[in-house]
Design a protein around this ligand. Structure first.
Ligand SMILES: Nc1ncnc2c1ncn2[C@@H]1O[C@H](COP(=O)(O)OP(=O)(O)OP(=O)(O)O)[C@@H](O)[C@H]1O
Ligand SMILES: [Mg+2]
Length: 260
């Protein structure tokens, strides 16, 4: 898969944005920008509005105030510049479908079956499967795959339309340590080799810390964005999660955080 240079260096621009759902303000007065090509965590306590943030970017939830721009454009569900890996991919996708057809769905949005797809579409599906190293499992049904294998198919389906941004909601939840490591390495490679901007909702940042450039964090009813070194801070995280969090270094010098 190759990629041409995209003009805009600003992936997300939020200007004084407030979101109201069910008559309640979820977060408000939020102004920040995210550069293109970064690996960005989206963090906050349960119910702080992380999924809502993704839905705003995807154009699924309107804002009550302010403006949002995604690569200079208004958010729109028709925007195929964003690939989305939902939190419960295996629930949303029919598990009887074969991996290859699930990836094709990411391209056509319709279930025609791989045999009926055009040659260029089949080529793109094959490329996406190669990218996530899932070629050998592509003809199995989703129900016959492990969680880690299914997550690869989900990433391929999100990737197949060559998006500029990939958004993943808790992609590491329920994966064992090896699969967590492999998915993180895959995301880092997508960022490095394809220049894809990556947004990841995660409760446990530790497996991602070495790769992250920055974080969008939800604190006291507002969304902020800062470099990861500023966000991984005992005081800030303790305040955010409402429980004491310690930030330390391993003997190898890697950063990690844990509750104390
Ligand atoms: N469709 C909806 N209508 C009204 N309120 C909603 C809707 N969806 C979510 N909310 C509310 O918006 C708030 C933020 O929810 P959201 O799902 O964005 O949080 P989250 O940070 O993703 O939480 P979690 O960590 O539990 O996934 C919650 O108070 C939730 O009850
Ligand atoms: Mg959520």
């Amino acid at each position: 898969m190759s990629r041409t240079e995209h003009g805009s260096s600003c992936a997300l621009a939020f200007d004084d944005v407030s979101v109201v759902r069910g008559g309640r303000t979820i977060w408000s007065d939020s102004t920040f920008q995210v550069d293109a090509g970064g690996f960005v965590a989206v963090i906050g306590s349960n119910g702080a509005g992380k999924t809502t943030m993704l839905q705003v970017i995807l154009g699924l939830v309107p804002v009550a105030r302010g403006t949002v721009r995604v690569y200079g454009e208004r958010p729109s569900v028709l925007n195929n510049e964003i690939g989305y890996v939902p939190q419960h991919y295996d629930v949303e996708a029919s598990t009887a479908i074969r991996g290859r057809d699930a990836v094709l769905l990411g391209l056509t949005g319709r279930h025609w079956g791989f045999a009926r797809a055009s040659a260029p579409d089949r080529k793109r599906v094959d490329e996406a499967l190669e990218w996530v190293e899932a070629t050998d499992i592509a003809d199995r049904r989703l129900s016959e795959l492990s969680g880690g294998q299914r997550q690869r198919i989900a990433v391929a389906a999100a990737l197949v339309a060559h998006p500029r941004m990939l958004i993943l909601d808790e992609p590491l939840a329920s994966l064992d340590l090896r699969n967590q490591h492999e998915i993180v390495a895959l995301l880092a490679r997508l960022k490095r080799e394809l220049g894809v901007t990556i947004l990841v909702v995660a409760h446990d940042l530790n497996p991602l810390l070495a790769m992250l450039d920055s974080a969008i964090y939800l604190l006291d009813g507002h969304a902020h964005h800062a470099a990861i070194g500023q966000v991984v801070d005992s005081e800030l995280l303790t305040h955010m999660y409402g429980t004491p969090i310690k930030v330390a270094h391993t003997l190898q010098g890697d950063l990690y955080m844990r509750s104390v």
